[in-house]
Design a protein around this ligand. Structure first.
Ligand SMILES: NC(=O)c1ccc[n+]([C@@H]2O[C@H](COP(=O)([O-])OP(=O)(O)OC[C@H]3O[C@@H](n4cnc5c(N)ncnc54)[C@H](O)[C@@H]3O)[C@@H](O)[C@H]2O)c1
Length: 286
């Protein structure tokens, strides 16, 4: 069981939603938290909430799509707190669009924010984390959409193909990273939440850089779509803390969604059975 009290965490995307919930949860566990976000005012609100509850926190601006900005974050966090032990990556984008309508530029936006921002942030922090074997831990936020695929339907009335693609990449990257960093004493987990209250559609729209087409109109607020309970962001924090302490590979907020993973596995196994039967039949051919 990993002891977190007295350690330092950096939480990217910490100004809102799941990142905010994780920042607050870590602070409750006695961790000093650097709340890093492209929207500095949101990060400052979260850091202030932690400080007013008796914790230690600092808000910093970061753009996780920019390596130089991330390097400045590493320098500021280590200067302020001496070391960084926990890294929680929460940057992502969501946008409702069928796969067949996405341009190269749309894909670059999704991949840059939804996948490469995590890889880039891990790369920037790894030298610092390597200095703390046994205490260092990385949590990358993917989604249940990284474990299953949910095509457009009445159950999922949004086109989440590109989102799902990046989340599967985050899950695979994180599972592989865990094996690679285990000898260095760095724990690695992937957080796969179901639906959580957040501002993802709005922050995605207003933070789209000019290189990917610029800001989008703020989407009208729609109720979260999908399966399972819609959890508050605050509820996610203690689950992530428990997952880090126990060194779990997958941190799961919605155990009731287990059946969706079982169904996907079942489909895969049925395809194995089909081709096993085909091979057996071919073997009997005269
Ligand atoms: N809300 C859900 O139901 C849900 C479910 C599963 C997974 N997730 C994932 O959780 C993560 C957090 O999303 P959320 O739903 O809490 O949304 P959110 O919009 O509330 O939080 C995302 C935060 O990231 C910040 N951000 C955006 N671009 C950034 C950048 N380039 N650099 C630094 N910060 C940046 C935003 O300003 C915002 O504060 C995402 O990866 C999302 O895909 C969300």
């Amino acid at each position: 069981m990993r002891e977190l009290h007295g350690t330092t965490a950096v939480v990217t995307g910490g100004g809102s939603g799941i990142g905010m919930g994780i920042a607050l949860g870590l602070a409750d566990a006695g961790v000093q938290v650097v709340v890093a976000d492209i929207e500095l005012a949101s990060a400052q609100r979260v850091a202030e909430q932690i400080r007013s509850g008796g914790g230690r926190a600092l808000a910093l601006h970061v753009d996780a799509t920019d390596r130089a900005s991330l390097d400045r974050l590493v320098a500021s966090a280590t200067h302020e707190y001496g070391e960084v032990n926990v890294l929680s990556n929460n940057v992502g984008v969501a946008h409702d669009s069928p796969l067949s309508e996405l341009t190269d530029r749309d894909w670059s936006w999704f991949l840059d924010f939804g996948f490469l921002s995590i890889v880039r942030t891990v790369d920037a922090f790894l030298p610092e984390l390597r200095d703390h074997p046994g205490q260092a831990h990385i949590v990358n936020t993917a989604s249940m959409a990284g474990l299953v695929t949910l095509p457009f339907s009445s159950e999922m009335p949004r086109h989440i193909g590109a989102y799902t693609t990046t989340k599967h990449a985050v899950v695979a990257y994180t599972e592989m990273l865990r094996g690679e960093l285990q000898p260095a004493g760095i724990g690695v987990s992937v957080l796969c939440p179901g639906m959580v209250q957040s501002n993802l559609s709005a922050t995605s729209a207003r933070n789209r850089p000019d290189r990917y087409g610029g800001k989008l109109p703020e989407p009208r607020s729609t109720p979260p779509a999908g399966r399972g309970e819609v959890m508050s962001a605050r509820q996610v924090g203690p689950i992530v803390v428990a997952g880090i302490r126990a060194g779990r590979l997958h941190i799961l907020t919605h155990p009731e969604l287990r059946s969706a993973v079982e169904r996907r596995q079942q489909q895969l196994l049925e395809d194995f059975d089909f081709f096993a039967a085909l091979r057996a039949t071919a073997g009997q051919a005269p």
